[in-house]
Each structure stands twice: as C-alpha cells, then as structure tokens.
Design a protein around this ligand. Structure first.
Ligand code: PEP
Length: 327
C-alpha cells in the first residue's frame, strides 16, 4: 500500500537507502532508481503464516491445535494464514472462522482428469481456500517438483482466481558459495513466469524466502542475512515488474522461525512476515509469533533523530506505523 499521507513526514528523516545495499550478493546488479524511498514510503501489512506439513495425525488434534492458535488473534493481528493438510482444511476453517485464512500446502497444476491423487485449484476454490503454497523446498526435493512444474501450479492458481505464496531458497552449499541471490533470481523468474503485473498489484502473490539450510534444522538465518536476501529478491522483482510493484509484494522469511527469533527478523525493512513450520504446531509458540513485537528500540529511536537516520531503513518502516498512529 502506498502511504502518501505521511511519506513527506518520513522523507525528512530518511535518506537514500542506496548506502545499505548488501555487498554479499554480488551476482545481481543494483541500480539507483530501485531504492529511492525519499519521496514514497510503502508499508506492507505483515503476513504470518504456518505450515503444518504432514501434521498433526488426527482430525481431533487438528481441531485442538487450531482452537489454541485462534485464541491469539486480536483486532490488531497481522494477516494470518495456516497451511494445513487437505483432509483438515474444512474442519479447521470452521474452527477459526474468518480470523485466520486456511490454505493448502500444494496444488496439482492440472484442472481435472486422470491424475490420481491430485487436488486441483478449482477443488480448493470450491471449499473456500484462497491461499496455496507452491515450491516449498520439501516438495522441490522430496517430490522433485521443478521450476516449470511450480510455475504451472502458480498459473493454475492464478487462473482459478486464487492466491499463491511462492517459496524459494538456496541450499547450504549454494549459500556458502555466495549463490543465494542467483538461485532466488532463477526461482523467482521461472516460478512467476506469465504472472501479470495486475495479479501482483492485486496482492495475490507473496514470496517466501526459505533458505533450505534453515528449514527444520533449528538454524535460523540472522536478521541481517535474511534482510540481505529479501532486499535482493525485491530488486529482482523490480527488474521483473517495476519498483512500484516490487514495493507492494510481501516477502516472508521461513526457516526455523521461533518466538525468540521473530522479533528481530520482523524489524527488518524487507521482511514482511514469516512462514513457520515446527513452531506453528504449538498454540503458544505460534501465538507469540503472530504477536511479534517489532518495537523500535531506544537506540534506534535515537538514530532516527540523528545524523545516521538514512542508514536505518528498518526503522523507517516501523516509524511509518508510529507516524500513521498519529493521524
Ligand atoms: C517450513 O516448513 O516452511 C519451515 C520454514 O519449517 P521450519 O519453521 O520448521 O523450519
């Protein structure tokens, strides 16, 4: 959402963020027009999502878990979605009502026909699903889903008027060889091929950056590492769709997000939410993640008011929320 009302106010304290382009991902070029936020500030509503994977084991347990999680939703909550196994979707929808969006963990790209075991986009739409995951690393590796197959899933969802979270991310080996940006570029370009600007502008696509080495391993990327890659992803999206549209796309971080790590991650300017696996299987943990606390620290408040203001784009985004509350 473009926030014109208070962008002028913010421009007083915000310089160009060019100075903060991460140096660690040299494979994709940065161009000056990409990061000029002096006159326009965008705010993306945080999107906290859980991926239950092949859990829990029974419908009763699914009801119990959903019942615990929904207690954490307040009028101030971010957008929240749970991606749950197909057999539980309608039951969990009933438990959470309109407080949480219940999505599917994958879709079959074909619309109908002789595809035993498949679940099509129209089937999901017919039971009230809006959001679906595509390209989760477990499906890329265990089920050997290629970028082309993932793109077909995305296109089927868009054609059916559904929304997609496209998951991307590099392996440990790729990360150690400074290839995170390059891998994300390939997965973004191939995964989103054929998806129009209009669809993106309608908010029907989100990206989840999930470094494979951080999923289910307990190794969460530091906020700085995650921010560097998110920044790079937004640059890639700007190359594909233009900066204005790239600034509207929510990019979530996934990979061992926990109550302990969420606050630091969500403080970063290009981290717009989280895709949470293990911690979404506990009402208490996921509730804390939903209610993350990205408060500007005293130190950062001081920075905003000082000479270093332009060096803290993360503060800018959070400051935007504070300024908004003044009107
Ligand atoms: C995931 O399943 O997308 C995920 C990030 O899992 P975890 O939080 O357990 O690493």
């Amino acid at each position: 959402m473009k926030l014109s009302l208070y962008s002028t106010v913010l421009s007083i304290v915000v310089g160009s963020t060019l100075a903060f382009a991460p140096s660690s991902f040299s494979t994709i070029s940065s161009s000056p027009q990409h990061r000029n936020v002096q006159t326009e500030i965008y705010e993306r509503k945080p999107f906290i999502t859980g991926n239950w994977k092949l859990n829990p084991s029974t419908k009763g347990e699914a009801i119990q878990l959903a019942t615990e999680i929904v207690k954490s939703i307040t009028p101030d909550s971010p957008d929240v979605a749970l991606f749950v196994p197909f057999p539980f979707i309608e039951t969990v929808q009933t438990v959470v009502g309109d407080k949480i969006t219940i999505g599917a963990e994958m879709v079959t790209p074909e619309m109908n026909g002789a595809f035993t075991g498949g679940t099509s986009a129209p089937m999901l739409k017919s039971i009230g699903v809006q959001w679906v995951l595509a390209g989760h690393s477990e499906r890329r590796t265990i089920n050997q889903e290629s970028d082309e197959y993932i793109n077909a899933q995305c296109l089927a969802l868009i054609e059916t008027d559904l929304s997609v979270i496209l998951c991307i991310g590099e392996t440990l080996n790729e990360f150690e060889n400074d290839l995170a940006g390059a891998i994300c570029a390939v997965q973004l370009k191939k995964g989103l091929q054929g998806i129009s600007k209009e669809v993106i502008q309608a908010g029907r696509v989100a990206i989840a950056y999930e470094p494979v080495w951080a999923i289910g391993t307990g190794k969460v990327a530091t906020p700085e590492i995650a921010q560097d890659v998110h920044f790079k992803c937004r640059e890639i999206l700007a190359d594909m769709y233009g900066q204005d549209i790239a600034d509207e796309i929510r990019i979530l971080y996934g990979g061992s997000v926990s109550p302990d790590s969420v606050d630091g991650l969500l403080m970063k300017p290009d981290i717009d939410g989280a895709l949470v696996g293990g911690a979404s299987l506990s009402g208490e943990s996921f509730g804390r993640i939903i209610n993350f606390q990205p408060e500007v620290s005293q130190e950062q408040d001081a920075v905003v008011g000082g000479d270093e203001a332009g060096k803290k784009p993360g503060v800018v985004k959070r400051l935007a929320k504070k300024v908004k509350s003044l009107f």
